[in-house]
Design a protein around this ligand. Structure first.
Ligand code: HAM
Length: 425
């Protein structure tokens, strides 16, 4: 029988050991910055009820119609979560987080799933970090959301980005605008792309998002939503703009920015990078004042964003930014013979209990092979232990960085390495 070979599912990648330090460094930055903003972490299941995502994200969105991974188990229909705004709101409503007092400022890091056609920067399993501020209608929440998002990129050293900002108003102004847009596009219907023709009646605002060349001339001249905003939304938009100016966060107004989910109201924004190629959206978000009620809670104004972590890491690569330093082992024990190996094995816990990282040969290799391994592992010190060294109490401690050797007793080894760690680097 032919030997079967397996590989990861299409668009879902393994994060290998040489990449995990970078991921952990990025996660660490997100946790640190979130703590500075007084945001709390939330973790929700990878699976959610299909109905929640349909309801939350929107029946007619690309995500729901084309991109969700869905399956049924018993009578329950599940999806792999394509995003976290609807699940976080579900959790907020389910656990009555509003009763804990104050507004909820919740951040998250984790995998999301969308059955898109994979390409650079677009995967089927990808990772987001994000934030949801639930319970504030004040523009301060929009401004802090954007400030947190920008802060992460700036701290990392990614400064080459464009922040696009729009207001898509409340439901009434949007309905009025949709009608105006339909009236404007209808006479050109046959010249629009097939997809836009389909959207003309169901969701004409999504036409503004179209990348099809034949739609562009009509989008360029389309009426803009700002002329149809209700007074409160217009005032809110002004305050968000002023806040961003106050914080020196540059932005561009894009009246045609509409996001891919149905839950947005008022503020919508997207951060893109010229270093990313065709999948250039680093992050996106906006206000969703009606979603909590839609999912069964009391009316609760909210705003948030999510950012693609793979795309952030691609930008780092393009800019030659490395987030993680290569970790160096404190001590590798080269042991020869059974007795030396047992001694090494029992010395390891003591080293580790003192906060040192330490390892040894697991295979029973020759001294030369073990020295080679110590070099490959990038170790600061190597300790050479054979039966003679044990009997005489003269172990050889080699500083691999300085290429120096000293002969020490077992007791002295520990204090020598500790002293070196504490001392000036
Ligand atoms: P989104 O724009 O769909 O928004 O996703 C946010 C970010 O996730 C994108 O800007 C992109 O960087 C990354 N992303 C999306 N799809 C993929 C993919 N297939 N492969 C790699 N990266 C991807 C949301 O998800 C909303 N929940 C954001 C939000 C939070 N709005 C309010 N609160």
């Amino acid at each position: 029988m032919a030997k079967s070979s397996y590989s990861n599912p299409l668009g879902m990648v393994d994060i290998l050991p040489d990449q995990t330090p970078t991921w952990r460094a990025l996660e660490q930055i997100i946790h640190e910055e979130a703590a500075k903003f007084n945001f709390q972490e939330i973790r929700t299941p990878i699976l959610e009820a299909t109905e929640l995502i349909k309801r939350g994200v929107g029946q007619l969105t690309d995500i729901v119609t084309k991109e969700i991974f869905a399956f049924q188990k018993g009578d329950t229909h599940y999806v792999l979560r394509p995003e976290l705004t609807a699940p976080v709101v579900r959790s907020f409503v389910q656990h009555h987080l509003d009763q804990r007092g104050g507004i909820q400022k919740l951040y998250y890091i984790g995998p999301m799933f969308r059955a898109e056609r994979p390409q650079k920067g677009r995967q089927r399993q990808f990772h987001q970090f994000g934030l949801e501020i639930i319970g504030s209608a004040n523009p301060v929440a929009d401004i802090e959301t954007v400030a947190f998002m920008i802060r992460i990129y700036q701290r990392i050293g990614i400064n080459n980005f464009t922040l696009k900002l729009n207001s898509i108003g409340g439901p009434e102004s949007r309905e009025r605008y949709k009608q105006v847009l339909r009236d404007y596009l209808e006479p050109h219907r046959s010249k629009l792309s097939e997809l836009s023709q389909q959207r003309l009646y169901k969701n004409p605002m999504r036409i503004l998002d179209s990348k099809e060349p034949e739609d562009q001339e009509f989008i360029d001249k389309a009426p803009i939503i700002h002329d149809y905003l209700d007074e409160d939304s217009a005032l809110h938009f002004e305050k968000v703009k002023r806040g961003l100016q106050l914080l020196d966060i540059p932005f561009e107004i894009d009246p045609y920015l509409v996001r891919g989910m149905d839950y947005y109201t008022r503020t919508a924004f997207e951060l893109s990078s010229p270093d990313l190629g065709s999948q250039d959206a680093l992050a996106g978000g906006g206000r969703y004042d009606l979603l909590v009620e839609e999912i069964g809670g009391k009316p609760t104004s909210s705003v948030g964003f999510a950012a693609g972590m793979e795309r952030l890491l691609i930008a780092c690569e393009e800019l030659n930014i490395s987030l993680a330093e290569k970790s160096i082992l404190d001590l590798y024990i080269v042991s020869l013979g059974e007795e030396a190996r047992n001694w090494a094995l029992s010395f390891l816990p003591e080293l580790r209990a003192h906060g040192l990282s330490a390892s040894m040969d697991y295979v029973g290799r020759s001294m030369k092979a073990q020295m080679k391994e110590a070099n490959r592992e990038l170790t600061h010190f190597t300790l050479i232990v054979g039966e003679n060294e044990l009997t005489n109490g003269t172990l050889i401690l080699r500083n691999m960085v300085k290429s120096e050797e000293v002969t020490l007793s077992a007791k002295e080894v520990l204090s020598a390495i500790l002293a070196h760690k504490k001392g000036p680097k």
